[in-house]
Design a protein around this ligand. Structure first.
Ligand code: PLP
Length: 475
């Protein structure tokens, strides 16, 4: 039996060139016009079903026809998370070089699991990991790390490693600690790893949303008296809600004394290490046993790339190495790292490439400037809000995040009314599609939250969004 070209899933060279050019042109067009698009897409399941629902087609369709359909109907029905007025959750400003890096990684379909399959890809991950280790003051030679799909997978990898190093195979008495502001992915990871509810301690935070250190100390002491094994504390360096950094130095001292693994979840705030006062903002981060950072957030990378750093690379190897017979021939020597031995995934995409290419192309200095700009932008926004009679700052500008609410000094509005108005403002702004601005809850109050990590967001963007908010508040 001989397959036709199409049955080999191939195109002619000319067809590929045409098709590839059309794809690249559409991405270029998107980058060129993204600031003018609507940041918000809203569609119901019913609308989407009407557009897309069909059985898998046996018959082919013209390639350009499928592409045009996708460009017109699919790519337009998502939030533009790289939009300057996309303020909510954690925006994804991205950058063109890294997007093209991802295209190369997919285009060449590079297997980034083991040294033998792709020495350069493994080396690229070693090199970029060294850059990160150095940034965070981790030992470059002894330290190690791995790129993951995102922060959630990095946290899962971290907790699995902490457990293996601290508890070995019996974790029946192990207890893990995290604050009530820690990211939900940590609890998810703890559950995935099979811990029971009784093995988890949620420690309250203080008025500034930092973990209450004394309450942590008490919890550890109580658990020890009961014969349990405190083994890990998850600190936050940049909580997702408010950008708050836990008192890392103090926590490191406690963890060292109690022989507890200190994991720092810096998925959101980690990039602040590149700010002018980054060492101050994240003081103590270098004392962690492991750190999660998330380059697809504030390092301006497109999805997906997260990262786990560990103080000793052997911890990863000791946790994740299995030696199945079918991988026997490619084990290689010690210095030639097989990243499938350092994490959960065997087959892995070449994530280091985009990170490498964008930093090489723009230089770290550009990243430093952009991150400084973002921090300053949030501070300027705070100053602007404090001068007004209608806005109340609920949590000050911290690592480019600010929380505030509509609360005119003249009006006599109850807490309940304020909650309702701020909820309504957000709903109306989102419905207008002009900005993505949703609420969060702080101290039981409904507040608006801006996460300002897009280097293309201007003070004008923010002022016009606030004006829009005031307009809806008056309605
Ligand atoms: C975003 C975030 C995560 C999860 O990262 P993903 O890349 O979304 O999986 C974990 N921790 C914190 C603090 C975060 O902000």
């Amino acid at each position: 039996m001989i397959l036709t070209k199409a049955e080999q899933l191939e195109l002619t060279k000319e067809e590929m060139q045409d098709y590839g050019n059309a794809v690249v042109n559409s991405i270029v067009e998107h980058f060129d016009t993204q600031n003018e698009k609507y940041p918000v897409a809203t569609a119901s399941r019913k609308e989407m079903d009407t557009l897309f629902l069909e059985d898998a087609p046996e018959k082919p369709t013209d390639a350009r026809e499928v592409l045009d359909f996708v460009l017109q109907k699919v790519m337009t029905q998502s939030n533009v998370v790289s939009h300057p007025k996309s303020y909510s959750f954690v925006p994804g400003p991205s950058n063109f070089i890294s997007a093209m890096g991802d295209a190369l990684a997919s285009g060449f379909n590079i297997f980034s699991g083991g040294w033998a399959a792709s020495p350069a890809a493994a080396e690229m991950e070693i090199v970029t990991m060294n850059w990160l280790l150095k940034m965070y003051g981790f030992p470059v030679k002894r330290g190690g790390g791995i790129f993951t799909s995102g922060g959630s997978m990095a946290n899962l990898t971290a907790i699995a490693t902490a457990r293996k190093v601290k508890c070995g195979d019996d974790f029946s008495k192990a207890v893990i600690y995290l604050s009530d502001q820690a990211h939900s992915s940590n609890i998810k990871a703890i559950r995935v790893l099979g811990f029971r509810k009784e093995q988890i301690r949620i420690i309250p935070t203080d008025g500034e949303f930092k973990v209450a250190v004394n309450k942590l100390k008490n919890a550890i002491a109580k658990d020890k008296i009961e014969g349990l094994q405190p083994f890990c504390f998850i600190a936050s360096a940049g909580t997702t809600n408010t950008g708050t950094v836990d008192p890392l130095n103090e926590l490191a001292t406690i963890c060292k004394k109690e022989k507890i693994w200190l994991h720092i979840d810096a998925a959101y705030g980690g990039a602040a290490i590149l700010a002018k006062n980054g060492k101050q903002l994240l003081a103590g981060i270098e004392k962690a046993d492991s750190i999660t950072v998330d380059p697809h957030k504030w390092f301006y990378q497109p999805y997906e790339i997260g990262c786990l750093l560990v103080r000793n690379h052997k911890w990863l190897k000791g946790t994740f190495t299995e030696k199945p017979e079918y991988l026997r021939d490619i084990e290689g020597n010690e210095s030639e790292i097989n990243f499938y031995d350092h994490g959960i995934e065997l087959t892995r995409r070449f994530r280091a490439l985009k990170f490498y290419m964008s930093i090489k192309t723009f230089g770290l200095k550009a990243f430093r400037k952009a991150i400084d700009y973002n921090i300053k932008l949030a501070e300027n926004t705070e100053e602007y809000l404090r001068k007004s009679n209608t806005w109340e700052v609920v949590s000050p500008a911290t690592l480019a995040i600010i929380n505030f609410r509509y609360h005119p000094i003249s009006g006599k509005l109850s807490e309940k009314q304020l909650d309702k108005i701020n909820q309504k403002i957000s709903e109306k702004v989102v419905a207008s599609r002009e900005a993505l601005l949703v609420t969060t809850i702080l101290n039981g109050q409904v507040v608006l939250r801006m996460c300002l990590i897009n280097p293309r967001t201007s003070m004008e963007d923010i002022k016009s969004t606030l004006q829009l908010c005031e307009h809806y508040a008056n309605e």
